[in-house]
Structures are given as C-alpha cells and as structure tokens.
Design a protein around this ligand. Structure first.
Ligand SMILES: C[S@@+](CC[C@H](N)C(=O)[O-])C[C@H]1O[C@@H](n2cnc3c(N)ncnc32)[C@H](O)[C@@H]1O
Length: 313
C-alpha cells in the first residue's frame, strides 16, 4: 500500500465507497495531474492558436469530451508562454471542463455561475456564449474575485457581470431569472489531492458534513434562480457522498419540480451516482449523476449532477 499520509477518517471514507479502487486512487494522488489547456476562441481561431503552439514544439492531443480542450503531451510549462499571457489559451484540468460541457450554454442565454472564482468555468461558459447573452459570475471571496476578474479580462470576455455576495442570498433578487446555472461548490477537494496534499492529511467526516449543509443551501439557491425549463449543474471536485449524493438527494426532496437527467460525454469514463451509503438510501434518480475518479484519466476527480427545473411547485 501507498506511503501517502492520509487521515484515518479519509481511509475509512475511501473503503466505504464500493466502486473506488483505493489502491489506484492512492497511487494517483502521488502523481501530478496531466497538463491540459482550453483554446480560447474568444480571442483567436482554434487553428491559428494550434499552429502557434506547434511552432513552439508544444504537442497536443484532443480531449474527446471537451470541445476546445487538449492534453499537453510533452513536458513543457505552458503557463510561461505568450499564448497563455495573452489569453489565447486557458490552463484547465481536463475533467474540470466536463461540467460546462454538460451545461452546454448557448449564445443569447442568461447564465449564473454561483461560485465562480478563479474563473475556469466562467471563461469556458463565455466561450460557449460567443459574446451573446450574459454571465453573472459570483463568488463570496474578494481575493479569489480578483483572480476571476483578471482571468475574465485576459480571456477577452465582454458579457460578464461579477458580483460578490453569499450565493445563498441570490434568490432574493434573481428568482426564476436564469436559463442555466452552475454551482461548482466549495468542497473537501478529494479529487485534486495531488495538487494539495493537505486535503488528504486533514480530511474529516466533520468538515465534510459541515460543508454539505452549505453545499445544499447553494444548490437550493441556484435552483431557485432557474427559469422553468432551465438547467442547473451541481459539481464538486470531491468524492465524499455526503457532499455529492446526499446534497442532490436533499435537493430533490426539497424541490419536487427538480428532476435529474442522464449525463453522457464522449470518452469520459463514468461511474453512476451511489444509491446507498453508510446505511442511507438515496433517491433512485441519483444513479443519473456521474462520479469520475482521478486514476481514470490521470486528471481530477469530479462529481456532476444535471438538474432540470420542471413547472413550479
Ligand atoms: C470549487 S471553487 C470554484 C471554482 C470555479 N468555479 C472555477 O472553475 O474556477 C468554489 C468557490 O466557492 C466559493 N464560495 C464559498 N462559499 C461561497 C458562498 N457562500 N457563496 C458563493 N461562493 C462561495 C469559494 O470562494 C470558491 O471560490
């Protein structure tokens, strides 16, 4: 078994989730996540940027599930390139591109990104909107909003309004307003441990449970901001059922007009959402959610749920 130092609670958690290959997961925690980028077509044509990168001998391979996503095959640090500084590319994890691909924003739509900083997914949404429609990118943390603002500018996004409020308050002024909502919730980050080992060392059931209450409030808030017929994606980069399936199960119990939809993305390995964990049974619809484990694509681990708002209850 691996030498990685993980908390007792985390060890117990991992062995409590039947479809996780714990050995592979712990090994993956010790390897860096594969570098990947998104070509930002708000600034230049895809082919043009690809040819600039080829001239720098940067080898790329298409990510099948992300329209403008590429793995960086060779060992170069793309963050030092002119293309990155100019916003022609955005460095973003391959699986982190999946939630917005599932959300599938269309030009002209009104989109709320409730927990937006530092803006990987906001700028990806902006790219899909092609300058038509509006994104409201919100976060509660001012330091992170500075990074969001800088990324939005660097990527040439002109149709984004940045707000700083507690996302739980958003329905007070935006109930039923948005076509699409993304809730990329704060979480215990078990899908990105190789970037930050402290997540594994200090992980506890207590913190996970505390966060799950905030996550549920944010999910309910995001759902209330949707128009009837609108789509919300709830995503986390963690593996804990308490922060994933439990949150969506409670959302469905709270909102009878919330329905889960299946998720399918080309080339992305998909494990179904859990229907049971630690003697708690979840709504059978939960199997429509998706769990992606870090060892499956040498990338981040993610949980994604696609929720549709039916006629108001
Ligand atoms: C997983 S990160 C978001 C990453 C971002 N979506 C991206 O792709 O770059 C979660 C964010 O939620 C924010 N957050 C935490 N509590 C919040 C709250 N009550 N309301 C709004 N945002 C909150 C954090 O500041 C953090 O930036």
């Amino acid at each position: 078994m691996s030498t990685i130092n993980i908390s007792e609670d985390l060890r117990n958690l991992l062995y409590s989730i039947p479809d996780i290959d714990v050995k592979s997961l712990l090994e993956s925690y010790q390897k860096p996540i594969r570098q990947s980028i998104r070509i930002n077509t708000l600034k230049a044509r895809e082919e043009y940027v690809l040819s600039m990168l080829r001239e720098r001998s940067i080898e790329l391979k298409k990510i099948p599930w992300a329209r403008y996503g590429y793995w960086v095959v060779n060992d170069v640090n793309v963050s030092n390139t002119l293309e990155h500084m100019l916003g022609l590319i955005y460095i973003q994890g391959a699986v982190s591109m999946a939630p917005v691909e599932v959300l599938s924003p269309k030009p002209g739509e009104l989109v709320l990104d409730l927990c937006a900083a530092p803006g990987s997914k906001t700028t990806q949404i902006a790219q899909a909107l092609q300058g038509e429609g509006v994104i409201v990118a919100n976060d509660v943390n001012i330091k992170r909003i500075r990074a969001l603002s800088s990324n939005v500018q660097r990527c040439g996004v002109i149709n984004c309004i940045i707000t700083q409020v507690d996302g739980r308050k958003f329905p007070l002024w935006a109930k039923g307003f948005f076509d699409k909502v993304l809730v990329d919730a704060p979480c215990t980050s078990l899908g990105i441990v190789s970037k930050d080992w402290s997540a594994a060392k200090k992980w506890s059931f207590r913190t996970s449970e505390r966060l799950s209450k905030l996550q549920l409030s944010l999910a309910i808030s995001g759902f209330e901001c949707l128009k009837v017929g609108g789509i919300m994606i709830y995503a986390t980069c963690t593996l804990s059922p308490q922060e994933n399936e439990w949150v969506i199960d409670r959302l469905l119990a709270n909102k009878p007009n919330a329905r889960l939809e299946n998720i399918r993305l080309e080339g992305l390995k998909i494990n179904k959402g859990l229907l049971e964990w630690q003697h708690n049974k979840y709504n059978p619809e939960l199997e429509r959610c998706v769990r992606v484990y870090p060892y499956e694509h040498e990338a981040e681990g993610f949980f994604i749920a696609k929720i549709v708002k039916e006629g108001d209850s």
